[in-house]
Every structure is written in C-alpha cells, then in structure tokens.
Write a protein that binds this ligand. Structure first.
Ligand SMILES: NC(=O)c1ccc[n+]([C@@H]2O[C@H](COP(=O)([O-])OP(=O)(O)OC[C@H]3O[C@@H](n4cnc5c(N)ncnc54)[C@H](O)[C@@H]3O)[C@@H](O)[C@H]2O)c1
Length: 350
C-alpha cells in the first residue's frame, strides 16, 4: 500500500507570545503543511497575538495549542507521539522586574527545563531555546563599549538574567554528560536574544521594546521620554532577524548542520536611545523640533542593575550557524513605528 509522508511537526513553547507567535507564523510559511504544537501557559501571551502573527503572513494558525505550563507537559510522551523536527523553547517569565527569585528561577530554569533538555537529547530532537543578553550584566566590554563575545557572560544584574544563565548551565551539563558517555553532542542551541522589537509585542506593556514605548508616547500626542541623556545604547534587533536565527539554529536556514552551542542573537549594532527616538520620529514623519525628547532622571533603584550598553558580537553565529542579521535597526525601527501608526497595534496605543 502506498503511504504518504506527513509534513513535519514542530513544538513551540511560548508560541502565543511576541517572538513565539512570529516564529510559528514563519514556520508555517517556511515548511508548508507543517503541524505546529504551541505550548503556552498564557501568562503573558494571548490567542490574539498568535492569530495576528499568522494573519500578517497571510495565513491562519493551523496547529494546536496546549494551554499549559511547560512543567505540566509529559515531554517524553509528547516527543514520542509527535516526533517533532525541532522544539523551540521560548516560554518564560519575561517581566524582568519580577523580584520573587524563587518563582523566576523555578519557572524559567527549574526541573521542567531539565526534563525538556534530557528528553530532546534522549530522542535526538533538535532543541533551540531563548537565553538573553541579560546573562552578561555589565561586563568589561560594556565599559569599553565593545561587542560582547559569548564568553563574557555570567555575571547577570537581575534574577531574570540569572535564570537564563542557569538554563545555559543545565544545557552545558547535559551535553557534557552525553559526550562523556561516548554519545554525540546533542543538537541543542541557546540563543542570547538582545533587545527585540517588532510587530506582536503590544501585550507586553511596560516590557515592550523602547521602539514601541516611544512610538506610543508620540502617537498619544506627547514627547518621547528617556532617561538622562539618552546616550544609553543597546543592541536593538528586529524580530524578523530573531525568527531567522531560530530557524537557522533548527537547520532551516542556509546551513542544514548548525553547530550546537550558545550564541548571541542581536543585530551586531549599537543604537542609542536618542537614536531610537529619532528613528521613531522619522518613521512617523515628525520633526525633532516638533517633539523634542524629554529627559528624566534615572531612579537609583534602577541604576543599580541597568545595562547602559549592550552589543552582540555576531561572529560566532556567522561561523556556527551560518546566520547574519539582515535588518539595519534604525531603518527597521522607523518602518516599525510607521506600521504601528497604520495598524490596529497603533489603535491600542494609549
Ligand atoms: N523580547 C526580548 O527583547 C527578549 C530578550 C531576551 C530574551 N527574550 C526571551 O525570549 C522569549 C520570548 O519572549 P517574548 O519577548 O516573546 O515575551 P512574551 O512574554 O511575549 O512571551 C513569553 C511567552 O511564554 C509564555 N509562558 C510563560 N511562562 C510559561 C511557562 N511556564 N510555560 C509555557 N509558557 C509560558 C507566556 O504566556 C508568553 O506567551 C523568552 O524566553 C524571553 O525570556 C526576549
């Protein structure tokens, strides 16, 4: 009897969130007919975010959603049942101001994370997960205003960054254990996302990107507000590039054989906050003199853990994953601001 090959499945945790929904939509486009299983506790994500992301790609969501925390899922059974081509783990507490250390560590890097890593390694399923630039804290490179090489991380300034650092340690440990048993290194890739901006982040409120916040302020008739004097600078990266590096890490980019490991995921460029404000003004067609930036002092409580400077060194991602960011942040921020003004996302601007 003739059998037909089913299109592959993918699992995306956090698929109702900002990055996850964009990834799900792109997966459906990139791998026609694929089946995407979203696992999302709906802590911050919403069904609407997923519907909108698919609509932006001219699609409907065609997969299934398990509305559960990653700790409530039988991972071994799930991987056996669906035989996914890859698991993308993006589900996490993303509010970096949550200061309940036990909750942050348990939710982001607790037992459930160890189970996911072990199950994927055991069943030979590629695993791509979101770490963060917050794992760097303020390394020497920040003081010298140089790009951060991957080995400069490890002294995070907040418990969110620490939870991401712990995820990386579990990944390292389980990989090393398997290699020491004579097995091949499991296909596990950690991506340290820098500051991501783009469509689908409106549900994040005060945790949405600087580009989104400043656009909201200007569309509401106000002036863009920055901490004195706007010279803080971050690696701002378009969500399209983040989706691109996730796909590349799963072997769906230019190279089918990315090298397992931990990589920076940024634009490789530094954009000061004042430059973000200028890009937003230019995207909205508003002159600087019309809405000059208003500067406010940085509260001491924030000062302590604030990252004044971040910049991803993207050379390892180029050699290990065959990935290069495609979007210039200033141009992408300007067109994003224009998009917000022209769409429903702009309507929700307060
Ligand atoms: N957006 C950024 O600038 C940025 C920067 C660095 C790292 N990251 C990481 O990227 C990932 C995606 O973040 P985002 O910006 O899309 O945020 P988001 O809040 O929009 O998405 C996170 C999603 O995870 C879900 N979630 C939370 N806890 C969960 C759990 N225990 N089980 C299942 N689902 C859970 C939420 O409901 C939400 O849908 C996160 O891991 C985040 O830490 C994001």
């Amino acid at each position: 009897m003739e059998t037909t090959q089913l299109a592959p499945s993918f699992i995306v945790t956090g698929g109702c969130g900002f990055v996850g929904s964009n990834l799900v939509a792109q997966l459906q486009q990139r791998v026609p007919g694929c089946h995407v299983i979203v696992i999302d506790s709906m802590r911050t994500g919403t069904f609407q975010t997923l519907v909108d992301a698919c609509q932006r790609c001219g699609e409907h969501f065609r997969g299934e959603v398990l509305a559960k925390g990653v700790g409530e899922v039988l991972w071994d059974w799930l991987l056996k049942e669906h035989k996914p081509r890859a698991v993308f783990h993006l589900g996490a507490i993303t509010d970096t101001t949550v200061d309940d250390e036990a909750v942050m560590i348990e939710q982001n890097a607790g037992l459930a994370w160890r189970v996911i890593v072990s199950a994927c390694a055991e069943r030979d399923v590629p695993l791509v997960y979101a770490s963060s630039a917050a794992t760097y804290g303020t390394p020497g490179q920040a003081l010298r205003k140089e790009p951060f090489p991957e080995d400069a991380a490890g002294r995070p300034n907040n418990v969110y960054g620490f939870s991401k650092w712990l995820m990386e340690q579990v990944h390292r440990r389980i990989s090393a254990e398997r290699v020491s048993l004579g097995e091949k290194q499991p296909w596990i890739i950690g991506l340290r996302f820098f500051n991501v901006f783009g469509p689908g982040e409106s549900h994040k409120g005060s945790m949405a990107s600087m580009a989104y916040q400043l656009t909201k302020q200007i569309l509401a008739g106000g002036r863009p507000r920055l901490f004195e004097f706007g010279e803080q600078a971050r690696d701002q990266v378009s969500v399209d590039d983040i989706v691109g590096i996730c796909l590349a890490s799963a072997g769906l980019g230019e190279r089918g054989d990315p090298k397992p490991g931990i990589y920076n995921a940024g634009s490789g460029k530094v954009t000061s906050f004042e430059d973000v404000a200028s890009a937003v003004r230019s995207g909205l067609g508003i002159a600087q003199a019309e809405r000059p930036t208003e500067f406010i002092p940085m509260p001491a409580s924030i000062r302590r853990f604030y990252q004044d400077y971040t910049c991803a060194d993207m050379s390892l991602a180029a050699s290990g994953l065959g990935f290069k960011p495609m979007h210039d942040p200033v141009e992408a921020i300007a067109s994003y601001a224009r998009w917000i003004a022209d769409t429903e996302d702009g309507m929700s601007v307060e």
